[in-house]
Write a protein that binds this ligand. Structure first.
Ligand code: 6GU
Length: 248
């Protein structure tokens, strides 16, 4: 998989050299390219932002550097890969980034990320990317809070996606039994020692009774999901119009 990231803080993406992703790059499974948006400016001050039309707080990222940066990225197409990247734009106004979306992105041969800063990117850049470059654009949010820019989100998204790319994780089985793969959170886990600071490992885990262990773990997953993420158990009552009279 090829990954291009455009940012005004390319150093922010240096963790992509580390750990599992660094290893996957060394192994040739990921081909990561980070680009500095300011390299696509033409003025002495390398300006990437300007004031918003219509007024309002903060600054807006100018369309011109973004258009040239995205054109440059799109021109990197290397015949064996498919012709166009899928463009992911992290932002608090995006669709929720979920494990399902991570799986979808992991199946793409080429992803490009546009890291916005300030109040965001001039809306016409999205139209340009779709209409003139012919790329699919997805605005994606990590959750209902605001970050200063897309860089940290790209680190999270790339990590979630890369580990689903075949070969990146040695033990593919470890991918199946995970929170968010089947709609329940993971059960609690323990390792040695059996007694630690006056606390014991739950007896059932020492029993050797595999059916009892499976049953206990399932109950723990349900209880934990109900306590921490009730929305996962009752998805129909979240994010939709709920009839308040009938909702329980
Ligand atoms: Cl993906 N980007 C930014 N800038 N803020 C966020 C976010 C993304 N997700 C939640 N807040």
């Amino acid at each position: 998989m090829r990954i291009d990231v455009v940012s005004i803080f390319p150093d922010y993406l240096s963790p992509l050299d580390l750990s599992l992703i660094g290893k996957a790059r060394q192994d040739g499974l990921l081909d990561v390219h980070v680009h500095d948006l300011r390299d696509f400016t033409h003025d002495r001050h390398r300006t990437v932002d300007d004031t918003p039309y219509g007024g309002g707080a903060g600054m807006v990222m100018k369309p011109q550097p973004w258009a040239e940066a995205l054109e440059h990225v799109a021109a990197q197409a290397d015949p064996p890969t498919t012709k166009r990247p899928r463009l992911v734009v992290p932002g608090p106004g995006g669709a929720p980034f979920t494990q399902a979306l991570a799986r979808e992105l992991a199946a793409e041969p080429w992803l490009a990320f546009a890291c916005g800063r300030y109040e965001g990117i001039d809306e016409r850049v999205y139209e340009f990317a779709r209409e003139d470059l012919g790329v699919d654009v997805s605005v994606v949010s990590l959750g209902d809070y605001v970050l200063n820019g897309g860089e940290v989100a790209v680190l999270a998204i790339v990590e979630a996606v890369a580990r689903l790319v075949p070969g990146v994780i040695g033990n593919a089985e470890s991918l199946v039994e995970e929170s968010h793969e089947d709609g329940l959170l993971e059960y609690p886990i323990y390792t040695k020692p059996r007694e630690w600071r006056g606390r014991s490992v739950p007896e059932v885990l020492l029993s050797g009774n595999h059916a009892a262990i499976a049953q206990w773990r399932h109950e723990q997953r349900l209880a934990r999901t109900a306590a921490r993420r009730p929305d996962l158990l009752h998805p129909s009552s979240v994010g939709q119009d709920v009839d308040v009279a009938t909702a329980v």
